[in-house]
Design a protein around this ligand. Sequence first.
Ligand SMILES: [Zn+2]
Length: 448
Amino acid sequence: MKKVMGTLLACFMAAGLTLSPVSASEKKPEDVKKAYLVYDIKTIEPSALKRFKNDAKVLSWCQIDNKLIITCAENDRPKIPFAVKSVRSLDAVEKMSEPFLAMRRGKASPLDEYKSDIKVLYENGAYTIFQAPMFVINDLSRQESNHFKLEKFDQSLPLRIDSKFLEIPAVKRSKVPFKAEVDSERIARYIKTLEGFKTRYSYAEGYLKSAEWAAAEFKKMGLEVKMHEYTDGSRKQVNVVAQKSFETPGNFYIVCAHLDSTSPKAQTDAPGADDNASGSAGVLEAANILSKTQKAGNFRFVLFAGEEVGLKGSTAYVKELKASGELSKVLGTVNFDMIGFDKTPPLSSLFETYENYKDFIANFISAAQEQTDETKRLKITVSYRPWGSDHIPFLKAQIPCFLFIEDEFEANSNYHQTTDKFEFINLGLCAEFVRVTTSALMNMASQN
Ligand SMILES: [Zn+2]
């Protein structure tokens, strides 16, 4: 069901019914008490729908999949010019908030506790648009984390966009594209080894062991390694940083992932195969490939601690980049977080970044399209609402960056569980993430 809704969004966009709302500020007196109405528009004829959206009484509208949400004055509602299957009226009671958007990763969400208090306008797996009394909004905002994010719903920004319908600038690709030799078996060995540490929880011993192991792997590739230490409260924590040479003064791209894991038994049992041995293995495999090229010096590889306890490793690392003056040398960053789960074909992924980094992600979309084997070609969906992973500190520092993540994470019931194991990993997905990333980065580095 969730998947079907996503596809319908794409269909609407293909039909030219984009999600941009009517810009209606001039007919929107602020003191009017508003109502939000939701229409099921699956069967509505497009021209009738268009007329309705243009109705003077419709203050603004937003279309998601087969639902149309309109805002109107409570006492001055538009007539419905077509036969609708179902209309739900979600009146803005005085104490109700404006629509908010909640985003989640994983099954549990703080929203679940407030089911009786909230009015759901739209729900699709990872996204819920709803209204609630302000005290609920305030309660929920205090529960924001890496796994739950709340924001006022900005109707002008589509929830998700199929990259097929994204207007992106043309990318200059080399006549002979870089051919990345991705070794799936090696990725498998990396993931299994990382799972073998039992836990890589930042505050458990296993984390340090995995960091030392990863450092040794980078050294085997002929890379220099720095253990970047930072303090988290009274604890010493460490990120693993690798590059051909740290003395090279040139600019570089960063490929990163968080090495730590979590589960309800984080101290002893947090295998984190998908989250995020898969991404860490992806970084190691990208390092294998890129370190053998002539542009090896232009890439830095970083594995972070502390993601699951609040993006601490990446936050400390970006701070360090600023302090050392290296930040201005970072041309762009790719963050792998959960790149190994894909149950239903086609292979699918989600890019999360800000809209102003469209040009940067265009390189990766273009590299994905170059896949000639259709069974491996990656479907890419884009969200311009980034949150909850190590891309955030980079974005805050205004570095072009995106989160590269599987698009089926909602269906992964092992997320943050002791059952997040290698047996559920889709190696083909990991391999394609690495191929797309290394190929796009090589193409960009060759043009500098
Ligand atoms: Zn993660």
